[in-house]
Design a protein around this ligand. Sequence first.
Ligand code: NDP
Length: 290
Amino acid sequence: MKVACIGLGAMGWPMAKNLKSAGHEVLVYTRTAEKAKRHEDEHGTQAATLAGVAEAEVIFSCLPTSNEVEEVARALLDRLRPGTIWVDCTSGEPEKSREVARMLEEKGVFFLDAPVSGGTAGAEAGTLTIMVGGDEAAFARVRPLLTALGKRVIHVGPVGAGHATKAVNNTMLAANLLAAAEGLLALSKAGVPLKTALEVINGSSGRSFATEVLFPERVLDRSFPLTFKLGLLAKDVRIGNKVVEGEGVPAPVFHLVRELFEIAKNELGEDADHVKVVKLVERWGKGEIK
Ligand code: NDP
């Protein structure tokens, strides 16, 4: 298949590479043209202009927010051919996605929201979880492409359902990260070493992705690598809050997590890695988790 990838960031870069490795013809476009050229040189894809992207049968986007998705979709609108399928892997906003889908539908283009989970490691390894909203026949057509990117590819409902599911998932990640930091800091101060506490908790009912992966791999050795910007997680938490508010669900926990992540973003900067919120909890609690 001839596919195009828009956005070559922490996630888009390895995803475009994996589509190429799966045997597809892959056009790549991103805001910084040299980056697309570098992808072409390193992975045998083809750097394209934004207009050139319209030649693809399937267009993937993996951009920071739905605003950039809308911007590129508008710029391409008059060039897109009927029957094209647009697969948006951005962690985006359900409402904005429904608007973009309606706009594209007028041109005969299908829009699927297909956000991903699994981080940069999952994107590299092609083991992402992909949650897809939109037309089921269009989903069936792109499913073979999605299986080159992820292990779990799940249709979750109409357009917007993928983004809603992703936002709720990430708000839960953010809550778990903060809760783990608070609890583990207290245990550390009480004389229970982090390694020991994690061994117990990860065999018990309080475990989460934060305790099973993030703390052992990033906090224990104090490496805090940059893989997922705090500003992007704060954006997901804001969307998660809109989802629960839109459904009339009282959600004091989601609201508190939103406030704490806005504070964290202001304190640490939006380009810091999301796990650095642990350092903020340490600062507030005057100690170190070790
Ligand atoms: P990055 O910030 O690393 O990458 C964003 C990419 O979008 C960059 O290549 C950037 O271009 C490009 N871009 C930005 N604006 C435009 C534009 N107007 N036109 C064209 N290209 C543009 O983000 P991530 O890859 O980390 O995240 C992408 C999405 O995936 C986000 O929605 C995020 O929430 C989600 N996500 C991220 C995960 C992670 O672990 N990082 C995990 C799961 C989901 P350039 O660099 O060339 O300037």
